[in-house]
Design a protein around this ligand. Structure first.
Ligand code: MG
Length: 276
């Protein structure tokens, strides 16, 4: 694959990506503290926006043409790109929240999934929590593979292999991860499954948003009438986890994790290295 401009960032550019990554992480931590039955998704949007602005950053989702919110909030059969609004979260809902920040002209992008407790439907909650856990763990398998991969397609292999080892899940193929930098969505594509093309070399300067989207049923999706919300054709529940990750001379650093990825990478015996 030949790119007109280098996809690799310089050490100085990587340093500039730390702040927007932190602001993105802070917005999702603030959302995590607020998620509960009875809360509306637009309330979560305001909480995320305030957390980003408190760190001197700005929402980058609001810079996307035609999109006017800080987060995407996708509930149950919605996989990604759900628009925050008056929808009230219910016990047992599975909610994915995607957020991003721009600071100094550089972007961060991340997502987390939450399952709300429901004492009346413990089996539904358990199935959805396991879906979220498998998706999150698949993300960390993909991130961990960056430390040994020669080419980017190995990340997708790691994600797919892990998910398939955990049971019958659908991995979305309509939407994938991406490079990130001065723009939120850049080259190269980051697949969550095996592809034949090796993709670019994994080496210092590569920054990618890895974002597995996994469903309990079939992976086919459609876009709802609002023109944004992506939902499963069969109505099955979906989970989405995402981090922006930098490969640098000292190792890897998960820009959108408050601990740089230390907790998520510990099971792999990997210690993330701060960008010097
Ligand atoms: Mg993304």
């Amino acid at each position: 694959m030949v790119f007109r401009k280098s996809i690799y960032k310089t050490p100085a550019q990587l340093r500039q990506m730390v702040a927007p990554g932190r602001a993105t992480a802070a917005s999702l931590s603030a959302v995590a503290d607020a998620v509960a039955a009875g809360v509306t998704t637009i309330e979560l949007d305001g909480i995320a926006e305030a957390a980003i602005e408190a760190l001197g950053a700005r929402s980058n989702f609001t810079l996307e043409a035609g999109y006017h919110h800080t987060i995407c909030a996708s509930v149950n059969d919605e996989v990604v790109h759900g628009i925050p609004g008056s929808r009230i979260l219910q016990p047992g809902d599975i909610l994915s929240v995607d957020s991003g920040a721009i600071q100094g002209g550089w972007n961060g992008d991340a997502a987390r999934t939450f399952v709300l407790p429901d004492p009346a439907r413990p089996e539904v909650v358990a199935e959805r929590q396991r879906l979220s856990d498998v998706t999150e763990a698949s993300l960390w398998h993909g991130i961990a593979r960056l430390t040994t991969a020669r080419h980017l397609n190995e990340v997708g292999e790691a994600i797919e292999d892990y998910i398939q080892s955990q049971g019958e899940y659908g991995i979305l193929t309509d939407y994938i991860g991406h490079g990130i930098g001065r723009r939120m969505h850049e080259e190269p594509p980051v697949f969550n499954y095996r592809v034949r093309a090796k993709g670019p070399e994994v080496k210092p300067g590569l920054v990618v948003a890895i974002e597995p989207m996994v469903v309990l049923g079939d992976q086919d999706t459609y876009v709802k009438d609002d023109g944004w919300t992506v939902a499963t054709e069969d109505g099955s529940a979906a989970a989405h986890w995402e981090h922006s990750v930098a490969v640098h001379a000292g190792g890897i650093w998960v820009l959108t994790a408050e601990d740089g990825g230390a907790a998520g990478l510990a099971p792999f015996g990997i210690t993330p290295a701060p960008i010097a």
